[in-house]
Design a protein around this ligand. Structure first.
Ligand code: URA
Ligand code: SF4
Length: 205
């Protein structure tokens, strides 16, 4: 990453660190212009869902068309499948925080680049500090690699409870993979199983 990119990420981190509440972070991040491409492709900044006292945080990749239109994470096809599998595992979507690695929709839904992930990481880290969840669950490759490194594969990361700065972290597939491989495909079964595991790892309220 170039120095210019590092400076942009550092500037976001400084701004994020100064936010003392979720509402404050929401207001400041909405005006973020750190990623030149994404500022052009987004129509809104999708901050994420953060119900009060959520003990679980799900982290996806980036907003898609529906999310960009509504301003909420995981409300399109992937979101509907996610809600269904969460409910099957006994987890109500409205009790779970849902965030993304980047908060602005990339052009043509391309995968976010490493500079964009680094920039938005400042907001994400601050959100995780403010939420202080019991457990983080990453959905898909971008989110897993953001926490566990670019050399880690999803196959190796699955089925292990990792540690992220003192918080337990579980990695699973993205619901879009489950949709792509169909209802009988391996990713859907894996995602279903992993969300059950996640529910089991949360302590009783
Ligand atoms: N895919 C994601 O990774 N995040 C969303 O919010 C929607 C789809
Ligand atoms: Fe800012 Fe994140 Fe949007 Fe980049 S993706 S412009 S860091 S809010």
């Amino acid at each position: 990453m170039s120095t210019r990119h590092e400076a942009a990420a550092a500037a976001v981190a400084v701004q994020a660190a100064s936010c003392q509440t979720w509402a404050e972070l929401d207001a400041v991040a909405r005006r973020c212009t750190a990623c030149p491409d994404l500022v052009l492709s987004r129509s809104t900044v999708v901050i994420g869902d953060a119900p009060e006292d959520s003990r679980l945080v799900l982290v996806g990749e980036a907003p898609g068309a529906e999310e960009d239109r509504t301003g909420r994470p995981f409300v399109g096809r992937s979101g509907r499948l996610l809600d269904e599998l969460l409910a099957e595992a006994g987890l109500a979507r409205d009790q779970v925080a849902v965030l993304n690695v980047v908060k602005c929709r990339p052009p043509q839904n391309r995968t976010p680049g490493s500079a964009e992930v680094a920039n938005c990481g400042g907001w994400l880290d601050r959100q995780l500090t403010l939420l202080a969840p019991e457990l983080i669950c990453t959905l898909g490759l971008s989110a897993m690699q953001r926490f566990l490194g670019r050399r880690m594969t999803l196959t190796a990361a699955r089925g292990v409870v990792h540690d992220h700065a003192g918080t337990r972290l579980v990695a699973t597939y993205h619901p879009s993979a489950a949709l792509r491989f169909g209802p009988r495909g391996a990713p859907r079964a894996a995602l279903r199983e992993d969300l059950r595991t996640v529910a089991g790892l949360l302590t009783a309220p």
